[in-house]
Ligand binder design. Structure first.
Ligand code: ADE
Length: 244
């Protein structure tokens, strides 16, 4: 996958894109990443990229001509998503990340200041994504969140085969608890079933823990989850205060 980011602060991406899984994805040739400076397209000796809003009011607006030149320079294909990071966009979820992970190329546009001239949306933006109902000072951190969530879903990026399929949200449920050595920590022991060697029992226990955690913390997710008869019986037991 190729991801190109348009930003006023390309250096913000250096650390995040040069460590851990994002670096491995690049190193393995699974991700071609670049951060392009919008200022290079200002066409102005002062490298000006923003101006005050027509009609007055506070703040500065990213200029449409500059941003459109920056997007054009990347030569997006007709089907390349050109995504504006903005608190007004649709919310990033696992399903959105999964759909984006199947694309071969993404262009992410990071707004800054009060916003971007609306004509950029009208002429060049194909999608608009928010990472949550709060306002950041710019789209850069949001773009990095989106990149991380998407790139880890590209087959081959995560080491353990299919690890992403066990993620919270992957099957519509939250993950249950995890344990590792030592068996006892300050009087708390790891559940015995996990060291029993019975693979089927471990999977059954994990499924129930996942159901229990989702029921406790995000019961709204259970409405859309794919549940078996056994799952439903267990949840009914939890609701009746009979199961643990
Ligand atoms: N830019 C500013 N706030 C944002 C948010 N919540 N999501 C995406 N981009 C943003």
């Amino acid at each position: 996958m190729k991801i190109e980011v348009l930003t006023l602060f390309p250096n913000m991406f250096s650390a995040v894109m040069s460590e851990s899984m994002m670096w491995k994805a690049r190193d393995r040739g699974l991700l071609d990443f670049s951060a392009c400076d919008i200022r290079d397209h200002s066409g102005d000796k002062h490298r000006k990229v923003d101006d005050s809003p027509y009609g007055g009011g506070g703040g500065m607006i990213l200029k449409a001509d500059v941003l459109l030149r920056a997007i054009d320079a990347l030569e997006p294909a007709a089907d390349t998503p050109v995504i504006l990071m903005s608190p007004q966009g649709r919310t990033l979820t696992h399903a959105v990340a999964l759909a984006l992970s199947r694309r071969v190329r993404l262009i992410l546009v990071c707004g800054h200041y009060e916003g971007v001239d609306e004509r950029v949306r009208d002429l060049a933006i194909t999608d608009e994504i928010s990472i949550g109902d709060y306002v950041l000072t710019g789209g850069e951190l949001a773009a990095m969140v989106l990149i991380d969530a998407v790139v880890r879903l590209i087959p081959g990026v995560l080491g353990a085969e299919g690890a992403e399929q066990r993620d919270s949200y992957a099957d519509g449920l939250l993950e249950g608890p995890h344990y590792t050595r030592p068996p006892e920590v300050r009087g708390l022991t790891a559940p015995e079933v996990l060291t029993s060697g019975h693979h089927a029992e471990v999977e059954h226990w994990r499924r129930r823990q996942s159901l229990r955690r989702t029921w406790q913390r995000r019961p709204d997710l259970l409405e859309k989850a794919d549940l078996s008869a056994d799952d439903r019986e267990y949840l009914a037991g939890l609701a009746a205060g009979e199961a643990d």
